[in-house]
Write a protein of this length. Structure first.
Ligand code: GLU
Length: 491
């Protein structure tokens, strides 16, 4: 936007744990913007906080992106002209920038010990002053600083301008003004020689020729630090876009309970990547004022930062479930059967022989498609089709639905008797339906009052795919046997 360089965006996660929904939304927007502009998307691992490093995170980050189909043009595994893409392997670049700033008088070595900083903080708190470095080492002469650096550990702090204001022109937030007197001489290089986030991100966004830095709103307070760093280094900053916060349905900060779990948990829980992308895309962005279903291809084509809003987005799991159901129903038959097979292989109890019986899956497929929102519902729903008896259940499962034991027994006995009178050759949906509906009268009960007992007897659970079709899939003999088993359990 600010210049005519080809668009280059990046996702720059810190490998401090499995990436969550919010992190991946940043990745998605950065990627979609690069794609819509015919630009490039870079993955850079910001692994400079050695204390918070979690070894498996980088794999989880890449796996999350791959699952969603977010491909990177440069970064781990694919390489690129700005290698390496791990900050821990780029330390000389940051050290060079730090030296440049020290020489220019815009940064200084700080030799303050942890104890001194602690005392300073306590004193500030006691005096009700805002916390921040008091600038003691900013006064050191170049000679003294140089001499002490040979013998003492130190960090490098950036000398913030304290007068006036720092102005951020954000693509989402518009103009944001920061008072410099509230700023602090932050640490940019730690005593272990690793940069902090602030120095790392400025050096790398520059060196990697990032044109648009798209990141979560939680980073906006870092913007004045970055802007001043760019000024001091004489570099051109990227155009920033701070993405709106994601709130839970209660309009409070998204928590683990309201959906902020690891992205890959959504895969485990049976969400489709297309649904997840569609869902994430609308957390802070919209195509227009009516479109709610959007494919990945459409997103790549039409995503635009100008339609990202500043107001917080609300994470609504019902919406995700709706979208997932939509994409399930949009699947072709063959793909659907494959999907069921996959989830059955992993989800059915070990007692079901593997590979799981294909014809059974094929028969159940059309019945399942309309009834589930998540793929992890598949195995529990079809488990009853495998094996002679229904999956194990306690008699209470029936009595919770049909509370009187005698009534429940009478339901099951009458059903067994009437269904038993249907010859094998006539065992079809229409006939079974007629028989079961016909039970209302002798039982003196509405269908919905007694049918759960039949569900539990046949399926081991009080709801599932339609009962009449299920009995056809089970066949006459198994269906009747399961009714007798249930009667025995209750009796
Ligand atoms: N490493 C930061 C993070 O973990 C990156 C923030 C940014 O995109 O600048 O979120």
């Amino acid at each position: 936007m600010s210049d005519s360089r080809p668009v280059r965006t990046r996702y720059a996660p810190s490998p401090t744990g499995d990436p969550h929904v919010g992190n991946i939304r940043s990745a998605l927007f950065s990627w979609a913007y690069a794609r819509s502009q015919g630009g490039q998307f870079i993955l850079r691992i910001e692994d400079t906080d050695r204390n918070r490093l979690v070894e498996t995170s980088t794999d989880a980050i890449m796996e999350s992106l791959r699952w969603l189909g977010i491909d990177w043009d440069e970064g781990p595994e694919v390489g690129g002209p700005h290698e390496p893409y791990f900050q821990s392997q780029r330390l000389p670049l940051y050290q060079r920038a730090a030296s440049q700033l020290i020489e220019a008088g815009r940064a200084y070595r700080c030799f303050c010990t942890a104890e001194r900083l602690e005392q300073m903080r306590a004193a500030q708190a006691a005096a009700k002053q805002p916390p921040g470095y008091d600038g003691l080492c900013r006064q050191l002469s170049a000679e003294e600083s140089e001499a002490r650096s040979k013998a003492e550990p130190f960090v490098v702090r950036f000398a913030m301008r304290r007068e006036g204001q720092t102005v951020l022109n954000d693509l989402v937030r518009g103009q944001v003004v920061f008072e410099n007197k509230l700023q602090d001489d932050f640490v940019m290089l730690k005593s272990d020689g690793y940069p902090t986030y602030h120095l790392g991100v400025v050096v790398d966004d520059t060196e990697m020729e990032i044109t648009n830095a798209i990141r979560g709103d939680e980073w906006i307070s870092s913007a004045p630090k970055h802007i001043q760093l760019y000024e001091a280094l004489g570099w051109t900053p990227p155009v920033w876009a701070h993405l709106p916060l994601i709130l839970g349905p209660d309009h409070k900060k998204l928590s683990k309970r309201s959906g902020d779990t690891a992205l890959l948990d959504y895969r485990t829980n049976g969400y489709l990547p297309a649904a997840m992308i569609n869902f994430l895309a609308f957390l802070g962005w919209s195509l227009d004022d009516h479109t709610s279903i959007l494919s990945i291809e459409e997103l790549k084509q039409h995503f635009d930062l100008s339609r990202v809003v500043a107001n917080p987005a609300v994470f609504d799991i019902d919406r995700l479930n709706f979208l997932n159901g939509h994409y399930i129903r949009a699947m072709g038959d063959a793909e659907w059967v494959e999907t069921i097979a996959t989830w059955c292989e992993s989800g059915l109890p070990a007692s079901v022989p593997r590979p799981v019986d294909r014809p059974v899956i094929e028969q159940a497929a059309p019945l399942l498609k309309e009834r589930i929102a998540r793929l992890d519902e598949i195995a529990p729903m079809v488990a009853f089709l495998f094996g002679e008896e229904a999956p194990e259940y306690a008699p209470e499962a029936i009595l919770e639905r049909v509370p009187e034991r005698e009534v429940a027994i009478r339901v099951l006995e009458t059903a067994a008797e009437r269904l038993g009178a249907v010859p094998d050759a006539e065992w079809d949906v229409a006939r079974i339906e007629a028989v079961i509906r016909g039970l209302e009268e002798p039982l003196g009960l509405k269908l919905r009052k007694f049918v759960p007992a039949l569900y539990v007897a046949e399926m081991g659970r009080a709801q599932g795919i339609p009962l009449f079709d299920s009995l056809v899939l089970l066949g006459r003999e198994r269906s009747l046997r399961r009714l007798r088993t249930a009667i025995r359990k209750l009796g």
